[in-house]
Design a protein. Structure first.
Ligand SMILES: Nc1ncnc2c1ncn2[C@@H]1O[C@H](COP(=O)(O)OP(=O)(O)OP(=O)(O)O)[C@@H](O)[C@H]1O
Length: 612
C-alpha cells in the first residue's frame, strides 16, 4: 500500500499526461467491449437469416445510462430495418461497425501509449536529474570505486524499474479494475446466471494457478542461489589451480564440483518442470471453466429458455468472458512489477537521503582572495579507522610556495583535498587569514582555489568551453589571453576549428601535454589566489613537461601554491619543502638545507640524480 502511494506520487508528478493516459485507457476498454458486443447482430444474421423482428423506433429521453440503452436500441432498430430491405446490407453494416469499433479501440490504445511514453520518460528524467544533482553534492568520501559502479547501476536499472512501476500504477488502479468492472457488468447484463457460475469457477482455478506460481518462485530462488555456488566454486578452483595440482587435490575438487553441479541440475530441472506446467495447466483450467459454462449455457438454451439466454448472447458471453482474463493477469503483473520496483525505490532513496556531510555554516564569511596565510594547526585525518594524517602543522604565507614530497601513500594528496574541504579534518583546524575554513561559504572557498591535477579533467566539448568551464560571462579575448599564458594558444590555433574544436571524450583528441595546458588555461582564467598542483607534470614526457612547466610557472606567478611532485626538479625552488612519511612531516626546510641534512629528502633526490 505504501509503495502504491509512493509510485502514485511519481506518476502524478505530471498530471496532464497521466490523466490523458487514463482517459484513453478508459476509451480503449469501452471500445474493446463494443467491438465484442457488436458481434451479436452479426451472429443473429448468420444463424437466423431473414428473421424479422418488430422493434419500435427508440426515443431518447435524456440521462447518462439511457444514452447507452438508446444507442443499443437504435443500432438494433437500424439493423432490423436493413434486414427488412436486404439482409446482405445488414451484414455489410455489421461488418463495417465492427471494423470501426476495432479501429477506435486501437486508436485509443495508441493514444494511451502516446501519453504514457511521455509520462514515463519525464519521470525517469526527473529521477535521473535528482540522483545526478545529489551525486554532485555528495562528499568525496562517498566515492569508492565500487560505489561509483553501484551509483551508475542505480541510475540505470533501478530507475528502469521505477519507469515500469509508473505505468503499472496506471494499469493497476485505473485501467484493469475499470476493465474488470465494465466486463463483469456486461457479463451480468448478458446473463446473470452464467456470470454467477463463472464466478464460482474462476477463484478455484486462480487458486490452483497461484499455488504453482508460489512454488515456482521458491524453487527459482533456490536455483539462483545454487547457480551462485556453482560459479564461486569454479572461480575458487581456477584461482587456486596451482595449489590444487600441487596437493593432488584434483579428485577431491572434481567430486566436490560434481555434487554441487548435480544439485544445480536437479533444481534447474525442477524449475523448468514447474514453469512448463503453467501453460498446459492454464489452458486446461481455462478449458474446464469454458466447458462448465458451455454445459450450463447449453442446457439453458436447450431448455428453450429463450428469455434467459439466446444462442447469440451465449456466444457473446463466452467472447466477453475470455476478455476478463487479460485485466486479471494485468493486475497480477502490475503487483509483481510494483514489488520489484519497491526495492529499486529504496535503493534510489538511499542515495537521495545520504547526508551531504560537508556542511556550511548559517552565515558564511566572504573570502576575497588570500591576504595573509594558510595555516594548518594540529591537523589529523582518517578516511575510515586508520589515521592517514597525524598532527600536521605548517604555515603557507601569501605569494609563497610549499611543496609536499614523500613516498606513495604518505598523505600528500589528502592534505591537498582538505584545503577545498573535499573532506573535513578530524582533529585540528585549517585557517585562511586566521579564519577556520569551515566558516567560509563552500562556493566562495572553491572560487579562491585553483587545482591542476595529474589527470586533466576535460569534457567532450569545444576548447573554448573547456577553458571557460561553466562560465558563460567570459569574453573570447580573456579565453585567448588565458590560453596564451598557459602556452596553449599556438597548438589551439593549429586545431581543425581552433577554439571551436570539440576535443572528444576526456579530451582524447589531444596529447597529454596539450590537455594539461588546457587545464592550466582554465586555472589561469579562474584567477584564484591559491593554487594546488597535484603532480601536474607527472604523466608527461620530458619535452611536454618542459613546456607545461613553463605554463605552470606563469600560472604560479603572484599566487600562493601548494605543490605535490614526484619529480624533485620541479620543486627545488619552493619556499619550503615538507617531507611526509606515513601521514607525518618528518623533514622540512629549503632544498639546500634538506640536501645538507642527508635524510629522506636527500635520498629521494639522489635517486633522481639530484645531489645538490
Ligand atoms: N578515498 C579513500 N578512502 C580510504 N583511504 C584512502 C582514500 N584515499 C586515500 N586513502 C589512503 O590514504 C593514504 C594516503 O593517501 P594519499 O593519496 O593522500 O597519498 P599520496 O601521498 O598522495 O600518494 P601518491 O603519491 O601515491 O598519490 C593511503 O594509505 C591511501 O590508501
Amino acid at each position: 500500500m505504501k509503495s502504491i502511494l509512493a509510485f502514485h506520487k511519481y506518476t502524478f508528478s505530471y498530471k496532464a499526461p497521466a490523466i490523458l493516459t487514463i482517459f484513453y485507457n478508459l476509451l480503449f476498454v469501452i471500445f474493446n467491449l463494443i467491438s465484442m458486443i457488436l458481434f451479436i447482430p452479426f451472429l443473429q444474421l448468420i444463424f437466423r437469416p431473414g428473421q424479422i423482428t418488430n422493434l419500435p423506433k427508440p426515443i431518447y429521453n435524456g440521462g447518462f445510462t439511457d444514452f447507452f440503452i438508446y444507442c443499443k436500441d437504435l443500432y438494433n432498430y437500424t439493423m432490423q430495418e436493413m434486414v427488412k430491405e436486404d439482409p446482405k446490407y445488414a451484414l455489410l453494416f455489421v461488418c463495417i461497425s465492427v471494423l470501426v469499433a476495432f479501429f477506435l479501440k486501437n486508436l485509443t490504445r495508441y493514444g494511451a501509449i502516446w501519453y504514457q511514453s511521455q509520462l514515463r520518460m519525464a519521470v525517469v528524467r526527473d529521477v535521473k536529474d535528482k540522483i545526478f544533482s545529489k551525486a554532485m553534492k555528495l562528499p568525496l568520501s562517498f566515492y569508492t570505486e565500487e560505489r561509483k559502479g553501484d551509483l551508475m547501476s542505480r541510475m540505470n536499472s533501478d530507475v528502469g524499474e521505477i519507469e515500469i512501476a509508473v505505468v503499472a500504477i496506471l494499469e493497476l488502479i485505473y485501467r484493469e479494475p475499470i476493465a474488470i468492472i465494465i466486463t463483469v457488468g456486461s457479463l451480468l447484463y448478458i446473463s446473470p446466471q452464467l456470470t454467477l457460475i463463472s464466478f464460482i469457477l474462476l477463484p478455484v482455478s486462480a487458486f490452483v494457478i497461484s499455488r504453482i506460481g508460489k512454488s515456482l518462485k521458491r524453487t527459482a530462488k533456490l536455483q539462483q542461489e545454487q547457480n551462485g555456488i556453482v560459479f564461486s566454486t569454479i572461480e575458487e578452483a581456477l584461482g587456486g589451480i596451482k595449489i590444487i595440482k600441487a596437493f593432488n587435490a584434483i579428485p577431491f575438487m572434481t567430486e566436490r564440483f560434481r555434487k554441487i553441479n548435480l544439485r544445480h541440475q536437479q533444481l534447474v530441472t525442477r524449475t523448468f518442470r514447474k514453469k512448463d506446467l503453467s501453460p498446459p495447466l492454464n489452458e486446461f483450467l481455462g478449458a474446464a471453466v469454458m466447458i462448465c459454462l458451455v454445459w450450463f449455457g447449453g442446457v439453458m438454451i436447450l431448455n428453450n429458455d429463450a428469455d434467459s439466454l439466446t444462442g447469440e448472447e451465449f456466444i457473446t458471453f463466452i467472447i466477453v468472458f475470455s476478455q476478463l482474463l487479460r485485466p486479471i493477469q494485468g493486475i497480477a503483473t502490475a503487483v509483481g512489477n510494483l514489488n520489484k520496483a519497491e526495492a529499486s525505490r529504496d535503493r534510489i532513496n538511499e542515495i537521495l537521503d545520504t547526508n551531504e556531510s560537508i556542511y556550511e555554516t548559517e552565515n558564511p564569511k566572504k573570502l576575497h582572495g588570500l591576504k595573509n596565510d594558510i595555516r594548518l594547526e594540529g591537523v589529523s585525518f582518517k578516511y575510515k579507522d586508520e589515521w592517514v594524517l597525524k598532527n600536521i602543522n605548517f604555515d603557507l604565507k601569501r605569494g609563497k610556495t610549499i611543496a609536499l614530497v614523500g613516498e606513495s601513500g604518505s598523505g600528500k594528496s589528502t592534505i591537498a583535498d582538505l584545503l577545498p574541504r573535499f573532506y573535513d579534518v578530524n582533529e585540528g583546524a585549517i585557517y585562511i587569514d586566521d579564519i577556520n575554513i569551515k566558516e567560509y561559504g563552500l562556493e566562495d572557498l572553491h572560487k579562491n582555489i585553483g587545482i591542476v591535477s595529474q589527470e586533466s579533467i576535460l569534457f567532450n566539448d569545444t576548447v573554448r568551453n573547456n577553458i571557460a568551464f561553466g562560465r558563460d560571462d567570459v569574453s573570447m579575448e580573456l579565453i585567448v589571453k588565458a590560453a596564451k599564458i598557459a602556452h596553449a594558444d599556438s597548438f589551439i590555433d593549429q586545431l581543425e576549428n581552433g577554439y571551436d574544436t570539440v576535443i572528444g571524450e576526456r579530451g582524447n583528441k589531444l596529447s597529454g601535454g596539450q590537455k594539461q595546458r588546457l587545464s592550466i588555461a582554465r586555472a589561469v582564467l579562474k584567477d584564484p589566489s591559491i593554487l594546488i598542483l597535484d603532480e601536474a607534470t607527472s604523466a608527461l614526457d620530458t619535452e611536454s613537461e618542459r613546456i607545461v612547466q613553463g605554463a605552470l610557472d606563469e600560472l604560479m606567478k603572484d599566487r600562493t601554491s601548494l605543490i605535490i611532485a614526484h619529480r624533485m626538479s620541479t620543486i627545488i625552488n619552493a619556499d619550503e619543502i615538507l617531507v611526509l612519511s606515513k601521514g607525518q612531516i618528518i623533514e622540512r626546510g629549503k632544498h639546500r638545507d634538506l640536501i645538507a641534512l642527508g635524510g629522506t629528502y636527500a635520498n629521494l633526490c639522489g635517486l633522481q640524480g639530484i645531489f645538490n
